[in-house]
Write a protein that binds this ligand. Structure first.
Ligand code: ATP
Length: 234
């Protein structure tokens, strides 16, 4: 079976600084991969390289078997790759429902519509008429994820969705992830919280200073294994 996402020996530079060193990764359709690592390990850079927001300087990024080299970010969205960047960006003057509908505009056909998003995030259903400016951090994050889903991506890229949120809200966000997977959407999540990541991922990959230091099925590793890799203790 061809992997949905396949990275082969990818390098990424910021000017002279090399942030990613020969990272390979493979993610099958319908599975969830968590990329973990400390601050500055290169997690966001890797997501940006998949979304087309950062150029790769070596290696290949393939999606559904197709090499994405030279493909602009908007073309990658059209091909089925949606990124929820760090920082919960929602349109502050639009309601939750309007934010979601914007995400679906010119989207691909698929399992995601307003009703499906509200099922995955019941808290949004209750807030559907509330404007962005009046939403809590968690509601904004859920709206940002819901908006990305409305485009019916084959691959959803989530960058640190729990960062800065209260634990009870993080729980709500994480409860939605199995629902997202159950509709066949493949998820690549960047997460610093090892327990959260292990609770939802099929596979985990740990980066340290831009290099892969651990690659395993989530069921075969403990929190301590990941933490050790995270800090380069292995
Ligand atoms: P964080 O959790 O802090 O976002 P991260 O694992 O996502 O960390 P990246 O943001 O991908 O890490 O950063 C990887 C490396 O690239 C770091 O050393 C960082 O300082 C560097 N870097 C990130 N963005 C830039 C930039 N715009 N210009 C130069 N260097 C950058």
């Amino acid at each position: 079976m061809t992997a949905l996402l396949d990275l082969e020996s990818v390098d990424v530079h910021y000017g002279d600084f090399q942030a990613i060193h020969g990272v390979s990764l493979s993610l099958d359709e319908g599975e969830t991969l968590a990329v973990m690592g400390a601050n500055g390990a290169g997690k966001s850079t890797l997501l940006k390289a998949v979304a087309g927001l950062m150029a790769t300087s070596a290696g290949a990024v393939r999606f559904g078997g197709q090499d994405l080299a030279g493909m602009a970010p908007h073309q990658r969205v059209a091909a089925g790759i949606s990124l929820v960047p760090e920082g919960r960006r929602v349109f502050k003057s639009l309601t939750v429902e309007e934010n979601l509908l914007v995400g679906g505009y010119s989207g691909r056909p698929g399992p995601w519509d307003l009703a499906a998003v509200f099922k995955a995030f019941p808290l949004l259903a209750e807030r559907r008429s509330r404007t962005g400016i009046h939403l809590s951090g968690g509601e904004q994050q859920a709206t940002a994820i819901g908006r990305a889903l409305m485009a019916n991506p084959r691959l959803l890229l989530l960058d640190e969705v729990s960062l800065g949120l209260a634990p009870v809200v993080v729980k709500d966000i994480y409860q939605a992830l199995p629902v997202i997977s159950s509709r066949g959407t493949t998820v690549l999540i960047v997460e610093q919280d090892v327990s959260q990541a292990l609770s939802v991922a099929d596979h985990v990959q740990c980066l340290l200073e831009g290099r892969t230091v651990l690659e395993a099925s989530a069921a075969s590793v403990t929190r301590d294994d990941v933490a050790a890799a995270y800090f380069g203790l292995e």
